[in-house]
Design a binder for this molecule. Structure first.
Ligand code: TXA
Ligand code: MG
Length: 324
């Protein structure tokens, strides 16, 4: 059986990746499960370890914008503008791929997802490699994305050899995924960069095609409706069952304790009402509350400002599994 080690050894990380192995890497959003993005055998190991369907493509992580843009055939003006503003950072762009990108990365699609992560240790690693890293979030398929090395270890222990320890992820919610249709910027997955920040940058309205209820086949095909779910049944506090005995239930709230639950059953995402802190704490709250084995977990939606919409998108997906 593989022993999973947690450490900060960049040489070891590089050795494993060069040998077509997979390791977990830190990013500013969530931990990734990384492999040589130009090597189909290495990429195949990601799908096996995560139990992810091969129809669900991967994001390529680059050390800088120029190496990322080298792997695509078209670079719209706004792609350059957005890269100038947000890279390194939690923005992923879908652009037409060059032939040197293996089909294993894009699941045979014409477009590849590219981003430059904003995490010192991750960038140091990328700078030692002569290939980009293909990396989905380092959770088992459909489960909670990890924001700390311990959370990666809980899910992938004995499936990978090494977790590169870059501390707790600063953002806590995945990157925002965008694409370009004609002259428009489309958001396919809400994420750590808000809609408003993108609109301010390009001086134009963007379209959002990320909604769970969107009947159109979503471009970001991994956006199945019940992603990010804990094992414990999770419900919106707005749908609280009147007769339920709450002494055995948990509550995840924004900044205020709920009078109907015992205090020790509650997790506040940000006691001083900071929406960025709430994003950083969201998946950790799922992990912590799941471990307490409550009968149910109730959660409230966050204010919709800034990254609040992206947090609420993840909450919707987490409760969806238990409401259908
Ligand atoms: O913040 C993040 O983006 C993290 C960190 C590790 O970078 N990564 C991440 O990867 O969230 P993953 O695989 O969990 O989610 C990536 C999403 C999936 O929904 C996938 O379907 C979509 O991006 N995607 C990737 N490549 C695509 C492509 N070529 N076309 C359409 N959708 C794509
Ligand atoms: Mg994921």
């Amino acid at each position: 059986m593989i022993q999973t080690e947690i450490g900060t050894d960049l040489k070891k990380a590089k050795l494993l990746l060069d040998a077509t192995e997979i390791i977990s890497i830190p990013t500013e959003t969530v931990y990734g499960l990384a492999a040589n993005g130009k090597n189909p055998q290495a990429i195949a190991k990601i799908y096996t370890a995560k139990k992810r369907p091969i129809s669900n493509p991967l994001i390529l992580h680059y050390k800088d914008a120029s190496s990322a843009f080298q792997d695509v055939t078209t670079i719209p003006k706004n792609a350059e503008v957005l890269a100038g503003k947000f890279w390194p950072g939690p923005l992923t762009m879908l652009l037409p791929k060059k032939n040197n990108i293996p089909d294993a990365v894009t699941s045979g699609k014409s477009h590849v997802a590219i981003r430059v992560p904003k995490h010192e240790l991750c960038l140091s690693l990328l700078n030692t490699l002569d290939y980009p890293l293909a990396a989905p979030s380092a959770n088992l398929y459909g489960r909670i994305s990890p924001t700390s090395p311990i959370h990666v270890h809980e899910q992938l222990n004995s499936r990978i050899q090494y977790i590169l320890d870059g501390g707790i992820c600063e953002k806590g919610i995945e990157s925002t995924i965008i694409g370009f249709e004609n002259d428009n910027v489309i958001i396919y997955r809400l994420g750590s960069i808000s809609i408003e920040a993108i609109e301010t940058c390009i001086q134009k309205k963007v379209h959002v095609k990320n909604k769970i209820e969107d009947k159109q086949a979503p471009r970001a095909s991994g956006m199945v409706k019940h992603h990010y779910a804990p094992n414990t049944a999770m419900f919106s506090i707005a749908k609280k069952h009147e007769e339920e005995n709450l002494s055995n239930c948990g509550f995840i709230g924004f900044d205020t304790l709920h009078p109907d639950f015992p205090n020790e059953n509650q997790f506040l995402l940000s006691e001083n009402g900071n929406i960025d802190t709430a994003a950083k704490e969201l998946y950790r709250s799922f992990h912590v509350m799941d471990a307490k084995r409550f009968k149910s977990i109730y959660i409230e939606f966050m204010p919709e400002n800034g990254i609040g919409k992206a947090i609420n998108d993840r909450i919707h997906r987490a409760i969806q599994k238990y409401s259908s």
